[in-house]
Design a binder for this molecule. Sequence first.
Ligand code: ATP
Length: 283
Amino acid sequence: MKVIEKAAAKINLGLDTPFRHPDGMPEWNMVMTSIDLADYVAVTDRPETTIEVLSNTGFLPNDHRNLAYQAAVLLQTTYHVNRGALIEIDKHIPVAAGLGGGSSDAAAVLRALNHLWHLGLSLAELARLGLKVDSDVPYCVYGKTAHVTGRGENVAVLNPPLKPSWLVLAKPHVSVSTPNILRQIDYATLAHPNIDQVLEGVAQDDFALLDKHMGNALEKVSMTRYPEIHQIKERMRHYGADHAVMSGTGPTVFALFRQQSRAHRVYNSIRGFCSEAYLVRSL
Ligand code: ATP
């Protein structure tokens, strides 16, 4: 039997890290939401125990380095499943872009195999397991607007979620290694966005408040290494976005709009400057 799961990209409306844990992992304080830019992950149950990953991109590893593969093996070994799976990833989310594509694929595999292998696990149980693959997997298991804390394991789904919005995304032509950026954080010099105000903006559906307080504590760290991120932010503002923010550890920058017409104007302008630009809706 085969199931196809949509694996949506995420953005960080707010990203802060108040401190580093003794093992080197950051403590997170983030507001995340999913967008209509997605991979499609087809998972087929197999009677033999092999896990095989195929994808429509040549540059993605198909072996144990693939987060989708890691998620399948983790589920299989943890619950002593005597079956395997074929995982076919139809990739649309740019890789190493700060949009959580690998984590979302891994979460999609957990949801699909939970169904195919009749494990009956709750989303909370899948999220707990997913943390072993990557800190963004627990969020991606839910894929709803959420406040995420801890090492990524505390996912509080927000009710109400972000109201339907338009986003323009622009990815400079660089790939960012998340572990490299996390190693370079100097906690003494971080500028912390006001995550409480971001949460308030979502809760009150106060778009101006949300837009004003969206921010990412890691922007300066990534921009020092990749000045292209700063240039894209400047361009977004120049073309009419009130605010443009880096997602994750970058390099993708996004701007949020309520009106499709305004988003369209910024998108039409930015794509003359940046070849990887997207106009998408929030989910
Ligand atoms: P992070 O969640 O670490 O911030 P990201 O969202 O910036 O990452 P991803 O697209 O998830 O970026 O890719 C990060 C790394 O994970 C890349 O080096 C990529 O080769 C590897 N990777 C492993 N599996 C996948 C997958 N299924 N899709 C995308 N990247 C994957």
